[in-house]
Design a protein around this ligand. Structure first.
Ligand code: SAM
Length: 298
């Protein structure tokens, strides 16, 4: 019998699941799993702008192209290691981040003065992005339960120059229900079914999918408890499986106090079939597989 974890081949259970969920569109996902993507980055608008980053990187020999996400670049001739040795990286003017993972903070549409919780936040890329998109004028709380990842997040937030941020090393399920936030990002821990690369170690298993879904349901329920009435919650995962996405949202709708808000983006994204008013991105030559949805608390 084929082993289902820790190998570098796509496990049979996942292929079956993808065909069951997507029919022939599963082939797009399986093709995406063999793609090597170029490095992508976000210009840190707290410190600089896209044009300056483009200029600085070009002068160092990096070949940059504009991405659809308005503050992002695709670097076609370098690895993450190359970029992480560059001066703009050292100065926190850029953050290496997949294009897909830039979408949830963008959809959060954070505004000056809002109190925002990034509930499972390390290593902090999305916290930094939320701050940058408000010009550093939102009040952020970034929660992470893993101490090593928490320390890494603090390092990143500092290097990126994120102001008004309170970091908490705690299980988000234990946050005091007394708190209320205007907006919450729940970028949930997941099986990573959207980020698989054939040839690299694949750690997805049926158990991981099931356990992720159980935790996601609990975290989403907690997030809704912590959200103000009328507040906005972004739910996202780097999984393309319904079990971790739509099925998790269904449990939240049973509470009767939240609804989906249609996501509006000023640029196009590749899409997989998903529930109306949700976004599911297939893995391809540019994007990692990703799911995101906007909820409003009634
Ligand atoms: N949003 C992050 C970013 O863009 O940099 C990535 C977040 S990652 C998908 C999920 C994180 O949730 C992991 O760092 C994991 O350690 C953390 N986590 C898992 N369960 C948690 C819990 N119960 N409370 C707080 N953090 C948790």
């Amino acid at each position: 019998m084929k082993k289902e974890t820790g190998g570098n081949e796509i496990p049979a259970f996942l292929t079956e699941l993808l065909y069951r969920q997507y029919g022939s569109a599963a082939e797009n996902i399986l093709r995406g799993y063999v793609q090597k993507r170029p490095v992508t980055l976000r210009a840190n608008l707290l410190k600089t702008n896209l044009e300056s980053v483009e200029k600085a990187l070009s002068s160092l020999g990096f070949h940059c192209e504009r991405a659809a996400v308005p503050f992002a670049l695709i670097v076609t001739n370098a690895s993450e290691e190359d970029l992480s040795r560059s001066a703009p990286y050292e100065r926190g003017e850029i953050y290496l981040q997949s294009l897909s993972s830039m979408i949830p903070p963008f959809l959060l549409n954070a505004q000056e003065g809002e109190s925002i919780l990034d509930m499972t936040a390390a290593p902090g890329g999305k916290t930094c992005e939320i701050s940058a998109l408000t010009g550093g004028k939102a009040f952020l709380t970034a929660c992470e339960r893993d101490k090593i990842r928490f320390d890494r997040m603090n390092f990143n937030l500092k290097r990126q120059g994120v102001p008004h941020v309170n970091t908490i090393c705690r299980d988000a399920l234990m946050l005091d229900d007394f708190f209320r936030f205007d907006k919450i990002l729940l970028d949930a821990p997941c099986s990573g079914s959207g980020t698989i690369t054939v040839g690299e170690r694949i750690k997805i298993s049926e158990k991981l999918v099931q356990n992720s879904a159980i935790l996601q349901v609990k975290l989403l329920n907690k997030a809704l408890n912590l959200l103000k009435k009328g507040g906005i919650l972004i739910y996202s995962t780097c999984s393309v499986l319904q079990t971790e996405n739509e099925a998790v949202l269904q449990t939240a709708f049973k509470r009767g106090d939240c609804e989906l808000v249609p996501p509006e983006l000023p640029f196009d994204l590749p899409r997989l079939p998903s529930t109306p008013n949700t976004i599911c991105i297939p893995p391809n030559e540019l994007y990692e597989g990703f799911f995101t949805a906007i909820l409003r608390k009634k």
